[in-house]
Design a protein around this ligand. Structure first.
Ligand SMILES: Cc1cc2nc3c(=O)[nH]c(=O)nc-3n(C[C@H](O)[C@H](O)[C@H](O)COP(=O)(O)OP(=O)(O)OC[C@H]3O[C@@H](n4cnc5c(N)ncnc54)[C@H](O)[C@@H]3O)c2cc1C
Length: 436
């Protein structure tokens, strides 16, 4: 598909009807913000049921995630658990370094249900549902709709999708937002040469209820951001909201994120990425789908290599899941003169070490609102691409250092400190810059 490089600033007509592909956090950030600014939106989500499965994952709530909720969330309930200390353990479980931190930890499911309450008034145990307000745009959440392609038609964008029963439908709008994640279909249509590349390691993830943890584990994980580094291993564990977003001590969850090397082509990778049905999954083994034998292999790795408090989390988790770490970034965010944009993981899939994926999606949407309000497409492209390039590259750098080099602890501490730099203080080197 052609990619005109024109800046439509001169002839800007504010779009009214906006189609969003993807109904996870990025798509919902877009839907909520645009609705509140009076735009009409349609979200197309391929998931066959109304609600996405709980990803069972903690999220470090970066600055732009919190800014988004402060600005657009009408439920007004707390979003994050504080983590006032960062700590490092050695393999015996002893605290070897600690420092103050202004950490804020949330969960994928709390963010999701807050956004659905704000977007299409979805009831849940997480929050009260806010009523509609004058000036809100129309909303339309369609699930079981897999987008296949799109094309320009009379100055608009027509999006074709397939429903769960195989029927084909389409919808037309003034603009298309691709929020369809790291394997984005919208991106594949625009940039077919771009693909996700395996980085040589996986992340094993899970949660344990706070009140099921031993005293030794609680001491280092409750309201803490706690790390362990060893050759080929990084583990970080922190406290996140519990069932229905519960924030009370004792009702929260301890969330672990354990990076461990599985070289391409080795049998262990095949073992861990083959699910209970014997299917070799490419990127993710979702909660409940790990084979018992693979899980035993992973637990043994934990017992042999992790500090005892972290190995305890692995032993006690009931719904582990695995993701292969991959790299992907789009070369540009300038498509069809600004009528198509990519946001969040569709624009750039960061390594999770950056703890910035959700805040990237929030930031991209804050920038999208400015673009729609002002028509300054060039500024939108510049800011979203510079941020994506810088953070994606830093994720590769600190991820590779952590997994494939043996460094003094202080260097890992410094890498983490660098990744905690607020976005507003980042400097964008020449190679990140975009000229359009
Ligand atoms: C298990 C897990 C753990 C995570 N942990 C963290 C974390 O700790 N910290 C952090 O910052 N981020 C984390 N993330 C990432 C974070 O959730 C995402 O960065 C954030 O949700 C923004 O992603 P997104 O909406 O852009 O993409 P995604 O979350 O990938 O959502 C894309 C959506 O698009 C839909 N879709 C895809 N293709 C199509 C199509 N053709 N038609 C219609 N719909 C389509 C998918 O079904 C999906 O719902 C995690 C993600 C997962 C899955």
């Amino acid at each position: 598909m052609s990619q005109p490089n024109g800046n439509p600033f001169q002839s800007w007509t504010r779009p009214k009807d906006i189609i969003i592909v993807g109904g996870s956090l990025g798509g919902l950030f877009t839907g909520v913000a645009l609705k509140h600014h009076g735009y009409n939106t349609t979200i197309l989500e391929r998931n066959p049921t109304n609600l996405l499965d709980n990803q069972g994952a903690g999220i470090v709530a970066g600055g732009d995630t919190l800014t988004f909720f402060e600005r657009y969330d009408r439920c007004k309930r707390p979003v994050a658990v504080p983590a006032p200390k960062r700590m490092y353990l050695d393999q015996s479980g002893k605290v070897v370094q600690e420092m103050p931190l202004k950490g804020t930890m949330t969960s994928w499911d709390l963010c999701y249900y807050l956004l659905r309450a704000n977007y299409d008034h979805q009831e849940s145990g997480y929050c009260d549902v806010p009523g509609p307000r004058d000036g809100d745009g129309r909303i339309d959440y369609r699930y079981g709709c897999t987008v296949k392609d799109f094309r320009e038609e009379d100055g608009k964008i027509r999006v074709n999708y397939e429903k769960a029963d195989g029927t084909k439908e389409s919808v037309i709008g003034d603009m298309l937002v691709g929020a369809d994640g790291p394997s984005s279909t919208v991106r594949k249509i625009l940039c077919p040469e771009v693909s996700r590349k395996y980085a040589g390691y996986c992340v094993i993830r899970g949660t344990v209820p706070e009140n099921e943890a031993s005293e030794e584990a609680k001491k280092v994980f409750v309201e803490r951001f706690t790390f362990f580094h060893a050759p080929g291993i990084q583990n970080l564990t922190y406290t996140i909201p519990g069932t229905d977003g519960a924030m009370e001590p004792g009702r929260r969850l301890l969330n672990f994120v354990w990076y461990t090397n599985f070289p391409e082509g080795e049998q262990d990778l095949e073992e861990v990425m083959t699910d209970v049905d014997g299917k070799r999954r490419r990127i993710t083994i979702p909660p409940g789908m790990m084979r018992p034998a693979a899980w035993e292999m992973v637990k043994k790795r934990g017992r042999d290599r992790l500090p005892p408090q972290m190995s305890e989390m692995v032993e006690k988790t009931k719904q582990p899941f695995v993701q292969c770490i991959t790299d992907v970034i789009t070369p540009t965010n300038n498509f069809l003169g600004g009528k198509v944009v990519l946001i969040g993981d569709a624009l750039a899939g960061f390594r999770p070490h950056t703890v910035a994926s959700t805040s990237q999606a929030a930031f991209d949407v804050l920038m999208l609102v400015e673009y729609l309000e002002t028509g300054d497409h060039a500024e939108f492209v510049r800011r979203t691409m510079e941020y994506a390039r810088l953070v994606q590259q830093r994720g590769i750098q600190i991820g590779d250092r952590s997994q494939f080099e043996k460094l003094p602890l202080q260097e890992y501490v410094d890498d983490r400190t660098m990744m905690s730099t607020p976005r507003q203080e980042l400097e964008f080197p020449e190679w990140t810059q975009v000229k359009i």
